[in-house]
Design a binder for this molecule. Sequence first.
Ligand SMILES: CCCCCCCCCCCCC/C=C/C(=O)SCCNC(=O)CCNC(=O)[C@H](O)C(C)(C)COP(=O)(O)OP(=O)(O)OC[C@H]1O[C@@H](n2cnc3c(N)ncnc32)[C@H](O)[C@@H]1OP(=O)(O)O
Length: 392
Amino acid sequence: MAHLAAGLARRWCPSSLQVVNFPVVQLHVSLRAMRASHTEFENAMNQVKLLKKDPGNEVKLKLYALYKQATEGPCNMPKPGVFDLISKAKWDAWNALGSLPKETAKQSYVDLVSSLNSSSKSSGQVEPRADSKPPGYETLVVTSEDGITKIMLNRPTKKNAMNPQMYHEIMLALEAASKDESSITVLTGSGDYYSSGNDLTNFTDIPSGGVQEKAKNGAILLRDFVGCFIDFPKPLIAVVNGPAVGIAVTTLGLFDAVYATDRATFHTPFSHLGQSPEGCSSHTFPRIMSPSKATEMLIFGKKLTAREACAQGLVTEVFPDSTFQKEVWTRLKAYAKLPPNAMRISKQVIRNKEKEKLHAINAEECSVLQERWLSDECMNAVVNFLSRKAKL
Ligand SMILES: CCCCCCCCCCCCC/C=C/C(=O)SCCNC(=O)CCNC(=O)[C@H](O)C(C)(C)COP(=O)(O)OP(=O)(O)OC[C@H]1O[C@@H](n2cnc3c(N)ncnc32)[C@H](O)[C@@H]1OP(=O)(O)O
């Protein structure tokens, strides 16, 4: 263990690693904490030591913050003085994670390290604009202007399918948005899709602990992910720029408003996939659209057009695709000028009534899904999807 601690410390703070415009971040590793870490987590720490190139200070700060959050929980250090730049940078990075659960931070650390090992930018991704937030996100573009923080899913070549890294980055982005200066937060997609839901390749890389462990970790990830939408304190708006599938549809029931282009469709093929509803949709959909309409979507997999979804109450308003972005953003900028505390408090008055119930429903849905993922029905459906191109 000691050599590992020394290795990590040496890796990120050798004098040769002089990096422009940012002090080199010293990575302090506590032996006590490492003994408690999970196999994957320990492997990831090993991989950090073996990285061939310096990932840059932003990423190193993120690694540091996620490591501390995973091993010690929310930031418990006194805020350093302004002149202690290195400690201040580290403190800021860790503190920004707020109350992110240890499990989530641990998984984010593992995913970040694996993305550092194998990430390659795919074509068509939107490059973060100069005025967007510091580029610490691989699968999102997050910008903040006119009182609006916009979180844009940015895997357009994969129809913005959500892989573990995207789940974690959305949680981190929501955590940051809940604390920033903006008054409303928007989730949208880049490219022609809002999101095709869970990335079905998530079912492929089975860890050493086996498929049961993968399902358990997946259920934890899903519970934390949906929990972030349940607890989000500011008005949360979905700008559905195209078709939405699976979890991208079910979580809409936890948004405060949903605006869609008339090109959008809404599809929850859970039975086809051998799976079951998530995102609290087992509760929100019957309440929003009536039990029988919810059955048609969640059990029979009926795909809705934008206008049908609006008629059923899942979508707030539909706009012609040609004027969608202009109309929606004009409206959102006007909303964002309203008194932020009044909006936040009003949302709390509405949401607090059922927050506890939603968390219980979320936990139940995740527990059922954890079993479903191990079923033949689910495995066969995933294999069919992943092998469909091979048949062409
Ligand atoms: C053993 C335990 C495992 C546990 C796993 C845990 C996971 C983490 C926990 C979170 C779980 C949340 C639960 C969520 C459930 C859901 O969201 S269910 C819905 C899942 N989504 C789908 O079933 C959609 C699958 N995709 C499609 O049907 C089609 O791609 C499309 C969306 C209808 C688009 O079709 P088309 O226009 O023909 O484009 P394609 O060529 O198919 O797609 C372009 C490329 O994008 C890839 N892609 C698209 N969607 C996905 C996806 N969801 N997963 C993976 N990949 C996707 C597609 O393969 C293409 O890739 P290339 O072939 O490389 O170009």
